[in-house]
Design a protein around this ligand. Sequence first.
Ligand code: GRF
Length: 206
Amino acid sequence: KNIVVLISGRGSNFKAVYERSVQENWPEKYGVRISGVISNRPEAGGLTFAKENNIPFKVIDHKEYPTREAFEEELIKACEDFDADLIVLAGFMRVLTSLFVNAFEGRILNIHPALLPMFPGLHTHERALEAGIRIHGVTVHFVSAVLDGGAIVGQAAVPVLAGDTPDELAARVLKQEHILYPRAVRLVAEGRVRLENGRTIMDRGA
Ligand code: GRF
């Protein structure tokens, strides 16, 4: 199975998934590999890592397309060129419409830095601190046409500590992201976790 990772920025989650796939030898052990990376920003830090590790990548700059649909058409084509079985959004900062979502139904994962359904959208760490909750975290979910609203695959929680700044809280969550996402991606790529009728189905032990 081929995984295509979509990024917009520093790409630390992309790196975490890739490094785990190498450490655990996913291609041999599970028949799963990252076949390509796509960034909508030419300057995304994650592209440097792709170059350094000879991972095929492509830049599709959304600013060069007149409409969201035109951009997504190009994105779909690029994913097909990389022979994508599973699309992994890793800090990909473009909202995807049903055009893209329907093209890869049940085969798109996202990581969101909050315990969904709390805090969909942006600035989750600021909002968590503002709300005064004492437990925060990260969610991996299937992507549906509802922003941050698809079926949940996995979550990890962290404490909110007294005096936390948004950056400190973000760093604590990010550590968990790098553990959770590689595992979730592998289980979905293997087919041990899947989307059926809008719900996440997990094999025993997954
Ligand atoms: C992560 O916090 C992720 O949860 C969110 O955007 C951030 C991306 O970071 N969707 P990185 O590019 O993977 O380092």
